[in-house]
Design a protein around this ligand. Structure first.
Ligand code: PLP
Length: 369
């Protein structure tokens, strides 16, 4: 008998990664990658904090050693910053890995997770990988409809995901609405609040949810160093949850899942409040620039609270392909059920201008077609 996977494996979708920039450069006849601009993955275009870079250089000489499997120093530092017990933290190779731990602990055939239709795609992939169902809840003006999500919960529901801000729509639910929603959840459900972009939000507008963790409620907050902190390539994220929930997740964590350089860089990044402020300012400026540009071009867009913006161009994949020929890489979002939109990550002012110019050219050329 030939080798075959478990029956459901052939049905699983595969996350579409971007091509390496070198490949795109070659395919489209650009001299080298420096002629390309990638505004597609919501990375921090300022790069890592200089302090994180120093930490990485120092770390490089120790790469023959296994990392500290418990992330001791980073754990202590974050626990103090968040005022939680160190046992309320779990670390992953990106927060995506923690979503997978959640799947291991809570999902299986006969269970479901509840999510918004245009929320982060990885939730869907993890549900499929554990043969769990997805209960899709339509969004309202590209924002989570929390009332509808609460009503969608069934006895088989284990996880309910709220990405706040949400990728790819950039929308956010406010603190009052989110707290009311969390208060109304039944006891058999874990709320997963994915705060991948929360550091980019004005601190006064960030919902305060850590107190719910301290109170032992059914909640996990997901954070990452990939976005505001500019360390996407190192793969490090964390979850904040009551210790009893963290203990379950820990059972599925490989001993050395978070690399040593990532731990050192993350610790240094946390100490660089100035870099974070510069990042936030740059993002705010970028969003204002794109909003003004889209208005001028008569394009519908979704006001964003994160470092990217969703804009309706019509035939998003075609716009993506045409912009790529001009050396600007954005994100088509048809996989999210948004075939007429693209998602653009904000960069430096010069990068934003180059991107808007390319978009304008593509729309002009497409004009009559
Ligand atoms: C980018 C992103 C993440 C996590 O990314 P990692 O690099 O795995 O930490 C999680 N959730 C959302 C909504 C994101 O956009």
């Amino acid at each position: 008998m030939p080798l075959s996977p478990r029956p459901f494996v052939d049905q699983l979708a595969v996350y579409e990664p971007g091509r390496p920039l070198e490949e795109v450069a070659r395919a489209f006849g650009f001299a080298d990658v420096s002629s390309l601009l990638k505004l597609a993955s919501n990375e921090n275009l300022l790069g890592p904090s200089p302090r994180a870079l120093d930490a990485m250089r120092a770390s490089a000489a120790k790469m023959h050693l296994y990392p500290d499997g418990g992330c001791h120093y980073l754990r202590q530092d974050l626990a103090a910053r968040l005022d939680v017990h160190p046992g309320c933290l779990v670390f992953g190779a990106g927060s995506n890995e923690i979503i997978e731990f959640l799947g291991h602990v809570f999902l299986g055939p006969g269970t479901n997770l509840v999510m918004a239709s245009q929320a982060f795609l990885v939730y869907r992939l993890v549900a499929a990988a554990f043969e769990a169902d997805v209960v899709d809840v339509p969004m309202r003006d590209h924002a989570h409809d929390l009332d509808a999500m609460r009503r969608a919960i069934t006895p088989a529901t284990r996880l309910v995901f709220v990405a706040n801000p949400n990728n790819p729509t950039g929308t956010m639910v406010d603190s009052a609405a989110l707290n009311a929603f969390l208060d109304a959840l039944p006891d058999h459900v874990l709320a997963v609040v994915d705060e991948a972009y929360i550091e980019l939000v004005d601190p006064a507008l960030q919902p305060e949810l850590v107190s719910r963790v301290r109170a032992g409620r059914n909640i996990i907050l997901l954070r990452t160093f990939s976005k505001a902190h500019g360390l996407a390539g190192l793969r490090i994220g964390y979850g904040i949850a009551p210790a009893r929930i963290v203990a379950w997740l820990e059972k599925f964590r490989q001993p050395f899942n978070v690399c040593a350089m990532a731990q050192d860089a993350a610790l240094a990044a946390l100490a660089d409040g100035e870099h974070l402020r510069r990042t936030r300012d740059l993002v705010r400026e970028g969003l204002a620039f794109f909003e003004a540009g889209f208005r001028r071009l008569g394009l519908e867009f979704t006001p964003s609270t994160a470092n990217f913006i969703l804009v309706k161009t019509g035939r998003g994949r075609e716009v993506f392909q045409r912009m790529q020929k001009l050396g600007i890489i954005v994100r088509p979002v048809d996989a999210y059920g948004l075939p007429d939109h693209i998602r653009i990550t904000t960069g430096t002012p010069a990068q934003n201008e180059a991107c808007l110019r390319a978009l304008e050219q593509v729309l002009r050329e497409r004009g009559g077609a």
